[in-house]
Design a protein around this ligand. Sequence first.
Ligand SMILES: [Zn+2]
Length: 569
Amino acid sequence: MQYDLIIRNGTVIDGSGLPRYRADVGIARGKIARIGKLRDSAKEVLDADGQVVAPGFIDAHTHMDAQVFWDPLGTCSCWHGITSVVMGNCGFSLAPCGEKDKLLVMRNLERAEDIAPEAMEAGIKWSWTTFPEYLEAVEKLPKGINYAAYMGHSALRTYVMGERAFSEAASERDLKAMKREVRSAIRAGAIGFTTSRTRNHQTPDGQPVASRLATWEEVKQLVGVMGELNAGVFEIAGEDTGLAPERIQDYLDRLKALAVETGVPVTFGMFSNRKAPDYWRPFFTLADETAAAGGRMFVQVHSRSLNVVLSFETVTPFDKLPVWCDIRKLPLVEQEAKLRDPEIRRQLIEAIYQTPRDRNRKVGPEPRAANFKWLFVMDKANPPHRSIAEIAAEQNKDPVEVFIDAALEKHLKQFFLQPLANENQDHVLEMMKNPRSVVTFSDSGAHVSQIMDSSLQTHLLSHWVREKQAVTLEEAVRMLSFIPASHWGLRGRGLLREGWAADAVVFDPDSISPMLPELAYDLPAGARRLKQKAAGIMATVVNGAVVLRNNEPTGALPGQLLRGPLARR
Ligand SMILES: [Zn+2]
């Protein structure tokens, strides 16, 4: 047999959790044709001696809806072994929406997801109104990796209700129109429907995004459409229940009833939090209870703490304070000079201690007022990182001085980490190992200058597998491939099996690791973003073609639109 590609001599970890074995993987016409000892020839051969050959990783929590128009490779995710993503999470999609209303939809995305409107304006050729038309547009785009798309509630509501979506409950007529759109989206291959009820999701003028105006009844009716069609996953950026037990219980009850009554798989992200360390636990119990009652529910978890990544190049926690705000307006080189001036330093430090704490509520990953115990110097990609407070105590210095000196040492390009959630790594591990969990939630494509979680997969493989030996490589690969593929129903993906799609990642288990992030101004219209690559990945294969070799693009763009079950072609 003539293969298009043979990956020779690698160690196959097939995604199922079964133990590794040595074999060649033969690929033809985009599929895995044969796994074994292959003596045939191929147009292209990769020598994977000493490397692991795994199914391509799947990230089901991204916001690449806009980015897919200007970045076919799906960076930064593709640099971490990702071959398929799901976009349209948290109620944010770009359809349904006609071009004349695009600013309304962008308003939902701008602050909630930190996607620069000028990048969207410059980078997207708007050619759709309905969700099926959006899918057609994505289908036609050149793509390095595979994309599946949810329809988002905020876009849907804005499409049907216009400006009223930001202020009113839906009328019977609105609801009927919304249900019709959900039906046609799912039939056309939307992977599901998403919403947000979290106060972290605001528009630039501080108003709730459109989906937050919906009653629970509206949510139920829309999810119910997927139930009738027996297709689609429902993702929700959860309600802010606060800590009152009865409010938490009320929310849990509603989620469970929704899953059981509609039969639609319900999923949401869950994090531990130092301010409410056990808040997450009932949500995992709920997933078990929901299954026992006849529904489906799975919980999206992260592989490390959720960090805001700060630097003088982007934002610091002090930018709004007196003295600081004047200096922070200057070009970086001038800031550097000022920060070296002892008198100005004294004023900067004084400003921090004398200004009353900023009481404005921060939303999502906006930087918080600094607590030096929870501000870390990101001197390497993986933990442990040392806190400013710790270094200050050790050097007997003021923490602000430590912060400024660390930044100066790298000419203000030093990154700092400010964890917002998942501070407790024992919790992180426990959540990842819960059988109702799926390790995802990079938020790739969103928060592009605030967080950098596209590396959560390589973090799992380097930190938890290699450094901590808390997860076996077989378990980790399964977490990143078979489990997400199964939950989102990505047919024929997520395992290395003959006849399945040839999505694969070839990596060195001894060196795979995220690298330090950097700041780039490479979005359309020159908007900025954090970029983070990985070391130790020899090849990333999508639908049988090598898309990245040593993490550099080959120019191949074999990615596909992955349609949901009612529209598979
Ligand atoms: Zn999200």
